[in-house]
Design a protein around this ligand. Structure first.
Ligand SMILES: *Cc1c(COP(=O)(O)O)cnc(C)c1O
Length: 404
């Protein structure tokens, strides 16, 4: 776990992405890059120093399940990008989310969240928390009044995610965080889709921000990881739980994520631009029934998105003017998209919810969540947008031609 030490004026996010966590460090043999420290333990010449480090009176490391120098550098970079007091990391995004919820909640407590959370998070809410006699209320994500009413009844944790997967709903962070704080709730926000480049939930009062670092942060689909940022006390509480559950981020993964983060600003700014251009192109296409993207003026939550997002993100959803058969024809026609269950990477990735975000869910449940069978989640990469538009265009023409 890392936390801030000095309060200098905050540099631009692109500068932080490159330098944060890597300044003034005594790296191995003066290497300019953070070394990957695979060592499990750290040796001491005298028992007094060892004891001071072990009891937290002096900085240092004891055992890598708890802390590790490479992992520390990664956490410090994320902490500064989110503008938070403290940060700790996990083996995966789901480890971050589940450890946070299990650390904060006890039998008899109540959680309020929304129906559109990430599939794994939704499983924690519907399966594992109720088993511990924790009361979970999942609200309609678009109904801010209902969320406020449920929160007002009292809750220990208010858990939010924005934009949501795959329907790209945006919740009003300032409004709902205020509602949560009015009843003393800890407000947790999954900021994976927005990234720290587009939104910093801490600015709106979020107590804890979680990320699947696997997605945009790493950006290259070659390392799993999770992270939480927030106040020192809360992060410490979850960090202690994670020390014991052992859901620790591997140093090699920390290194890959650290390297990915250096280009986070470049990548996300490009992905924001690409996604908006693609959304506008698709919006006018006869074979496209609808495009879900918070950057479009027609999006249900465009005004909220404008208020809390600097860019609208790299993920959009396309609803074809057809059925699931048309999706099966369309997707394999794309030249520049992995058909895979991932997002936020330098390459474009596309897939339907039934094989990605909502694989465990029945067609009836997907319909109840407002996810049509002809919806495709399209995570825009950093390719030249003209090539992506040409690719989508030919695949749409081919698919609509086949159906005639
Ligand atoms: C992928 C994802 C997660 C889970 O992250 P893993 O690293 O796969 O465990 C959580 N929340 C959101 C929004 C995600 O997209």
């Amino acid at each position: 776990m890392t936390s801030n030490k000095n309060d200098q004026p905050k540099p631009d996010l692109n500068t932080l992405a490159v330098w944060a966590g890597e300044e003034n460090k005594d790296f191995w043999q003066r290497s300019t890059q953070v070394p990957v420290v695979h060592s499990v333990s750290y040796g001491y010449k005298d028992l007094d120093t060892w004891y001071e480090v072990a009891t937290g009176n002096e900085t240092g490391h004891i055992y890598s399940r708890n802390t590790n120098p490479t992992v520390d550098a990664f956490e410090e970079k994320v902490r500064q990008l989110e503008g938070a007091e403290a940060c700790t990391s996990f083996a995966t995004g789901m480890a971050a989310i589940s450890n946070t919820l299990f650390a904060l909640l006890s039998p008899g407590d109540r959680v309020v969240s929304v129906k559109d959370t990430y599939g794994g998070t939704n499983e924690v809410f519907t399966k594992f928390l109720p088993r511990l006699n924790i009361n979970v209320t999942l609200c309609d994500t678009t109904d801010h009044e209902m969320i406020e009413q449920e929160v007002a009844k009292g809750c220990k944790v208010l858990y939010l995610e924005t934009p949501t997967n795959p329907t790209l709903k945006v919740v009003d962070l300032e409004r709902l965080i205020t509602a949560g704080h009015a009843v003393g709730a800890t407000v947790v926000v999954d900021n994976t889709f927005a990234t720290p480049i587009n939104t910093n939930p801490v600015q709106f009062g979020a107590d804890l921000v979680v990320h699947s670092a696997t997605k945009f942060m790493g950006g290259h689909a070659d390392a799993l990881g999770g992270v939480i940022c927030g106040s020192k006390d809360l992060v410490q509480e979850v960090f202690h739980y994670r020390e014991i559950t052992g859901a620790t981020l591997h140093p090699m993964s920390a290194y890959m994520l650290l390297r990915g983060l250096k280009t986070l600003g470049l990548r996300v700014e490009r992905q924001n631009d690409n996604a908006l251009k693609i959304a506008r192109f698709l919006k006018g296409h006869p074979f496209v029934k609808d495009v879900l993207y918070p950057g479009l003026e027609s999006h249900l939550h465009h005004e909220i998105a404008k208020k809390q997002m600097r860019g609208f993100g790299g993920v959009l959803s396309i609803i074809l003017n057809g059925d699931f058969e048309s999706v099966k024809t369309f997707l394999p026609r794309l030249n520049y998209a992995h058909l895979a269950a991932n997002l936020g990477t330098v390459e474009t990735v596309a897939g339907p919810p039934r094989t990605t975000s909502h694989v465990e869910v029945t067609p009836e449940q997907r319909a109840a969540l407002g996810i049509p069978e002809s919806l495709i989640r399209y995570s825009v990469g950093i390719e030249c947008v003209d090539d992506l538009i040409a690719d989508l265009s030919q695949a749409l023409d081919y698919t609509s031609g086949k159906l005639k």
